[in-house]
Ligand binder design. Sequence first.
Ligand SMILES: CC(C)(COP(=O)(O)OP(=O)(O)OC[C@H]1O[C@@H](n2cnc3c(N)ncnc32)[C@H](O)[C@@H]1OP(=O)(O)O)[C@@H](O)C(=O)NCCC(=O)NCCS
Length: 149
Amino acid sequence: MSDYQLVPVVSPEDWAFFHAVRQSELFARRPDIVYDANHPDDRTPRHFPLLLKFNGKRIGVARLDLLARGAVAMRLVAIERGEQRKGHGRALMRVFEDLARAKGAIRIFLNAHQSAVGFYESLGFVRENWVDPAAGSLGDDSVAMSKAI
Ligand SMILES: CC(C)(COP(=O)(O)OP(=O)(O)OC[C@H]1O[C@@H](n2cnc3c(N)ncnc32)[C@H](O)[C@@H]1OP(=O)(O)O)[C@@H](O)C(=O)NCCC(=O)NCCS
């Protein structure tokens, strides 16, 4: 399991990968949204843009947002196209939970794309409506979910 690392997005190459995977795996589904690589939500002190590395290679992205009272939001989760369905998403969730716990969280909230609900359910997430401070930025087809950690 030490093959996986969840690390901050730091270098220009990190950011390029981060934006490319989001655009290809998430925003390509939403032609109504113009992807903003300089969005302030990625630069807020309580938000942590993250890369998943496997054996040192970048393979996935996510963002951890600190919410109130021991809660975090998991945002914009994706594994790069050629690496999906190989167990990396499951590993991403595990190391993300470790990081969330280290930041004092006891619950993770997310808004799942319809196609990924089964993925999250297989990892213990349940459907639960939550008050998302970023509400309005989401597609109508997302499913609110959470997991106690
Ligand atoms: C969703 C995603 C993050 C899952 O990562 P992954 O590396 O492909 O998933 P894994 O290989 O770790 O799969 C873990 C388990 O979930 C299952 N699974 C994976 N994707 C699934 C899906 N879309 N629906 C249902 N089950 C899924 C796998 O079969 C596997 O189950 P198993 O261990 O019993 O075989 C990845 O496929 C992805 O980036 N998809 C495109 C972007 C996206 O939809 N992101 C989520 C937006 S909320």
